[in-house]
Design a binder for this molecule. Structure first.
Ligand SMILES: NC(=O)c1ccc[n+]([C@@H]2O[C@H](COP(=O)([O-])OP(=O)(O)OC[C@H]3O[C@@H](n4cnc5c(N)ncnc54)[C@H](OP(=O)(O)O)[C@@H]3O)[C@@H](O)[C@H]2O)c1
Length: 178
């Protein structure tokens, strides 16, 4: 019999898990035995990701297609998970996008979309789950961000501004936990 894996009996919710860094983070958690909830907009891709990781790592994996850039998407997602009886132990806020270009000529909705996804959805999901994790005194939140958070980058002002500096965020969360 294999050794018990650290994540067994726990569930990690990974946003933006249909590809890129989110997919690899989901794989890391699954290898550690965590069951998965994978979230992104691409429903078909997500279903395949969930099936592949479940088979590869012998965990349960649920795919939920959701546009987290929409208002209240986080609350809607949490309500769906509650309805299915799925409790979250680790929240991975990974979904985000960036666009480059001169501020005044780039599409306004695309600029605002970064605010909605990179910041609003992250804050909403963290606000929902952080208090639940504190109540259990167990679990964690992993926020994926760019080093662009620490510096101004020409032509990517909004992307950099929507990547919070977690050296400060960490202090706030630690203070909450105290
Ligand atoms: N790549 C880099 O060089 C780099 C560097 C520093 C930091 N990061 C950070 O790493 C994270 C992941 O980046 P990545 O390069 O892996 O990105 P990526 O390859 O573009 O993947 C983004 C993921 O987010 C999902 N997503 C996009 N919009 C969404 C929405 N509205 N609602 C729900 N899901 C959405 C995408 O799936 P769908 O399209 O199916 O929705 C995809 O699964 C981001 O937070 C990014 O800021 C990346």
């Amino acid at each position: 019999m294999g050794a018990r894996r650290i994540g067994e009996g726990q569930t990690a919710l990974v946003t933006g898990a249909s590809g890129g860094i989110g997919l690899e983070l989901a794989r890391c958690f699954a290898k550690d035995g965590y069951n998965l909830v994978v979230v992104a907009r691409s429903a078909d891709t997500l279903v395949n990701v969930a099936a592949d990781l479940a088979g590869e790592c012998q965990v349960d994996a649920v795919a939920i297609a959701c546009d987290l850039g929409r208002p209240d998407a986080g609350a809607t997602l949490a309500a769906e998970l509650d309805a299915r009886g799925i409790a979250i132990d680790v929240l991975v806020n990974n979904a985000a996008y960036g666009m480059a270009g001169a501020f005044t000529v780039t599409d306004r909705q695309a600029q605002l979309g970064m605010v909605d996804l990179n910041m609003r959805a992250l804050v909403e999901l963290t606000h929902i789950y952080w208090s639940r994790l504190l109540a259990k005194n167990k679990g964690g939140v992993l926020n994926v961000a760019s080093t662009g958070a620490f510096q101004p980058v020409p032509l990517m002002a909004v992307y950099c501004a929507t990547n919070p500096d977690y050296s400060r965020g960490g202090v706030k969360l630690a203070a909450d936990a105290a």
